[in-house]
Design a protein around this ligand. Structure first.
Ligand code: NAD
Length: 392
């Protein structure tokens, strides 16, 4: 099958197996080239391992520290007529590379929110790994089925209090326009916390602890985005921000729950980057395009793999960790510098449709978006007939 991108709004509905393998290879190459110093993880569980920050975490653990990685993701397999999802191809590529390097990797594809998945993971840890010393919680999902009641909760990306009208880069039409996002009601806020808050992270650690598969001194981290004024209306002070606040509550619960193991739990604050999850958030395309322009100009731009490599080597496994004022591991400190934010604000205030390319790095944003699905890589023949089937 000849596979060309099929973009619908903020999502691409297909993926290229060869391009996804290139995407994974580039991240592995970066980590090998940078190297790691000192002690790191040995047996790692990555929840949400197939794309974005979770995939990068798996790559740094596996190819930086040589750790054994067990991953969980929710991806679609290919059929003869339809491609698999990008995360499926990424995972197949990761397994290929791990096999060649002699690094243990196993991946379970299914619903991480379910009790069954927790049990399946525990069985594999017992059979293959003994105990886990790092749990990365990197799920991003629009819905969650409560494993005990069967009720399905959906998250929303809405402001809290009042409607928000804001400037927007409309990626379908490639124009600057305005969008109005309606304020969430109480149910929508609570449901978003239920999906993207800390409850499931807590349930994972509880299940792993009760099964006695957490090592002494184990570490766990979940990921958050803490931006500044520009993103507050739709992120920090909105439904998703409320869910992220709940991670702070869960951190304390997990610390108490694992105190006898000397366990450590952190929420790590990361850069805004282009992922399938972030491209669905209104304002992010404009914010990230402006941010890329400023940070690339300063030489401080970091994508997913650079952020996670930095998180592991300079923070999570460093002698001295860097915290923000909320007690999160602070990895997006360069993005949040006042001078960076002020210049992003200036772009935001003045950019018009005619000046998108001059004032922002929308081209860079769009290329990153294509890369997520394995498109837009030099050296990949997108006119070639390729099999959509892949396995791991
Ligand atoms: P992503 O969409 O790239 O990855 C989500 C992962 O979750 C995938 O591996 C997917 O397969 C998995 N997943 C989703 N539902 C699942 C389910 N029911 N069962 C099993 N796996 C499931 O997202 P991302 O942007 O890398 O986000 C990961 C975390 O990082 C989130 O907590 C997000 O809020 C946070 N974060 C993202 C950004 C950003 O700009 N993208 C910035 C800071 C923090």
């Amino acid at each position: 099958m000849v596979i060309q991108p099929k973009i619908r709004g903020f999502i691409c509905t297909n993926a290229h197996p060869v391009g996804c393998a290139v995407n994974v290879q580039k991240q592995i190459d970066y980590v090998k080239q940078q190297g790691v110093q000192g002690q790191g993880p040995k047996n790692v569980l990555v929840l949400g391992c197939s794309t974005g920050y979770g995939l990068a975490s798996r790559i740094v653990a596996g190819f930086g520290y040589g750790a054994k990685t067990l991953g969980v993701c929710f991806e679609k397999e290919a059929s003869e007529s339809k491609t698999a999802s990008a995360g499926w191809y990424n995972t197949a590529a990761f397994h290929n590379q791990a096999k060649q390097a002699g690094v243990y990797a196993k991946t379970l594809n299914g619903d991480a929110f379910s009790n069954q998945m927790k049990q399946d993971v525990i069985d594999i840890i017992k059979a293959d790994l003994g105990k886990i010393d790092l749990v990365v919680y990197s799920l991003a999902s629009p819905r969650r089925t409560d494993p005990n009641t069967g009720e399905v909760y959906s998250s929303t990306l809405k402001p809290i209090g009042s409607n928000v009208t804001t400037k927007n880069l409309n990626t379908s039409k490639r124009v600057i326009d305005e969008i109005t996002v309606e304020a969430a009601n109480e149910d929508e806020i609570a449901n978003t916390v239920k999906v993207m808050g800390g409850e499931d992270w807590e349930l994972w650690i509880k299940a792993l602890k009760e099964a006695d598969v957490l090592a002494e001194n184990f570490i766990t981290t979940s990921y958050t985005y803490i931006g500044k004024e520009l993103t507050w209306p739709i992120y920090g002070h909105a439904t998703i921000g409320k869910a992220k606040e709940d991670l702070d509550r869960a951190t304390q619960v997990i610390r108490n729950m694992t105190a006898d193991l000397n366990g450590e739990a952190f929420v790590s604050s990361l850069n805004a980057v282009v992922t399938q999850a972030s491209s669905a958030i209104p304002i992010m395309p404009l914010y990230i395009s402006a941010l890329f322009k400023v940070m690339k100009g300063d030489g401080t731009y970091e994508g997913t793999i650079e952020q996670i490599h930095g998180l592991f080597t300079d923070n999570l496994y460093a002698e001295q960790r860097r915290f923000d004022e909320g007690g999160h591991l602070f990895q997006n400190y360069k993005e949040l510098e006042d001078s960076v934010q002020q210049r992003v604000q200036k772009v935001w205030d003045t950019v018009q449709t005619e000046t998108i390319d001059e004032m922002t790095d929308y081209v860079g944003y769009h290329n990153e978006f294509l890369h997520l699905f394995g498109f837009g890589f030099d050296g990949v023949d997108y006119d070639a007939d390729v099999s959509p089937l892949a396995d791991w």
